[in-house]
Design a protein around this ligand. Structure first.
Ligand SMILES: NC(=O)c1ccc[n+]([C@@H]2O[C@H](COP(=O)([O-])OP(=O)(O)OC[C@H]3O[C@@H](n4cnc5c(N)ncnc54)[C@H](OP(=O)(O)O)[C@@H]3O)[C@@H](O)[C@H]2O)c1
Length: 327
């Protein structure tokens, strides 16, 4: 079985659906609008859809399932995620079956372990069970998310006939993972799926220190601090200048740049208009001078203040679960 992302069947930009969980993103997010927007994206060729059992406590998977019911099974690739607190050999099957019920499907194309399992989990047994479930046909391909190089190695050694095909990590113009992780992934032919490719909208150019987004998710994200808006003003102006010259939006410029880095961005969205911009970004190819301008203006501003994701590996699963009630 080859790597799912080496085929031309999967779109180079996907669609993230944390927003379909309808929790923490603000009152502008509306159920019917999100379903229609997702359907529009799939019809327009963005056939890779990412969800997770924790988004809205299953709500995202349910709405994604409703959106997908309008399509033939061969028209999309759906990825979901096993929450870190359910990541053990004894719980994985039950979690997967529940996800499939919400999605109204008999298999998912990619099943990702959402974050590194707790230190009490036997990772080898977990991945052997994932391999069994894959061979039974409930999973097409195995992926991970927020995994370090070391845990990827443990997981890959546990698998007998399969390999980890992707690692979904935070990756955008202003928030980059460490180089060693990227190198391990490349050496193991593991695709980088980029979460928060628009830095949760920080990179859309829509917000400022005086006009910040609503909703807990972004209120607690240090990225939207007034000092970041001030520090990054020259960089955002440069993105605006290039995008105006190209007659595209900043979002399209950002996604085209990430595509050039050969990662798979999975932007979240609020409505069909935003999805329309994401669809068009799929066919934009940047010139070398444009890439150079983006990179040099980024180097000039330096590191951004951001919230580091905290995955409570030292907590027993039942306690870790409580920390995720708001998403
Ligand atoms: N594996 C993990 O641990 C993990 C963690 C986080 C996310 N994810 C996945 O990654 C996906 C994307 O990440 P994310 O949701 O954190 O952030 P993101 O994709 O960087 O930002 C999404 C937000 O950008 C804004 N936006 C989208 N298209 C736009 C457009 N054309 N013009 C202007 N604004 C636009 C929208 O917000 P407004 O319009 O409201 O500003 C949208 O909600 C999620 O949906 C989820 O599937 C995975």
């Amino acid at each position: 079985m080859g790597n799912l992302f080496d085929t031309s069947l999967v779109s180079k930009i996907g669609l993230g659906t944390w927003q379909l969980g309808l929790k923490g993103w603000g009152s502008e997010y509306e159920e019917r609008e999100l379903i229609e927007a997702l359907r529009f994206g799939i019809k327009s060729g963005l056939n890779f859809i990412d969800t997770a059992e924790i988004y809205g406590g299953g709500k995202s998977e349910t709405l994604v399932g409703e959106a997908l019911s309008a399509f033939d099974r061969r028209e999309y690739f759906v990825a979901t995620k096993l929450a870190g607190f359910n990541a053990s050999a004894s719980r994985v099957r039950k979690s997967l079956i529940n996800s499939l019920k919400r999605l109204k499907l008999d298999h998912v194309d990619l099943y990702q372990v959402h974050w590194e399992p707790s230190i009490y989990t036997n990772i080898t047994e977990l991945f052997r069970e994932l391999e069994r479930v894959t061979k039974e046909g409930m999973i097409g391909h195995i992926g991970v998310s927020n995994f370090s190089s070391r845990t990827i190695d443990i997981a890959n050694s546990a698998l007998k006939d399969l390999k980890i095909e992707s690692n979904q990590i935070k990756f955008n113009l202003v928030e980059r993972p460490n180089k060693k992780l990227i190198e391990t992934m490349k050496a193991n032919n593991i695709k980088l799926i980029a979460w928060s490719p628009l830095a949760q909208g920080f990179l859309s150019g829509r917000y400022s220190a005086k006009d910040k987004p609503s909703g807990t998710v972004r209120k607690i994200n240090k990225l939207f601090s007034s000092s970041n808006f001030e520090k990054y003003a020259p960089f955002m102006s440069e993105l605006r200048r290039i995008s105006e010259e190209r007659k595209i939006s900043i979002v399209q410029l950002v996604l085209a740049y990430e595509k050039h880095l050969e990662v798979v961005p999975i932007p979240g969205f609020r409505n069909a208009k935003q999805v329309g911009e994401i669809v068009s970004a799929n066919s934009i190819k940047l010139t070398q001078p444009e890439i150079y301008s983006i990179e040099t203006s980024l180097e000039a501003v330096g590191a951004i203040e951001t919230t580091i994701g905290f995955y409570p590996k030292i907590l027993p699963n039942f306690i870790a679960k409580l920390g995720f009630l708001f998403i």
